[in-house]
Design a protein around this ligand. Sequence first.
Ligand code: PNS
Length: 163
Amino acid sequence: MAKAVYPGSFDPITYGHLDVIRRAAAVFDELNVAVVHNPNKNPLFSLSERVELIRACTSDLPNVTVSQFEGLLVKYVEEQGAQVIVKGLRAVSDFEYEFQMALMNRKQNPHIETLFMMTSGRYSYLSSSLVKEVLRLGGCVRELVPPLVEERMRQAIMRGDAK
Ligand code: PNS
């Protein structure tokens, strides 16, 4: 059984992430979306809030599971019994950092492959950070995140959350 892990901050999940999740779920028997604590970022949502939102947005995909973790990605992938790390690539600008991480992960565990999936062209400009900035500044994010995510973002921004 081929199992993959799709790791990321997902703060919050966007239609770009969901596009990659759908594509990967069609290729693998099981896809685990792993919400990662990134100490370098100041998130809007807690890890468990992000997990809940991703679960709500992927409830129609029976082979997708969602969890959270802290620590080294390759160790988590091993613990999950997965063989592949899925990453989304939006543009050439993503490549250098992703390439570096893929090689570092391979150095840590040569048995785990990183597979890059091209995001649909219409989401190539989309990032969680820009969505947060646009919403905070009163812009429209309707075509960028699902309605539930937009609603939760509005609530979190109104409360002034930064976890
Ligand atoms: O959505 P992001 O923030 O771009 O995702 C980056 C992420 C979470 C995939 C990366 O920071 C990661 O793998 N973190 C886990 C810690 C780890 O293993 N670091 C070494 C990576 S080479």
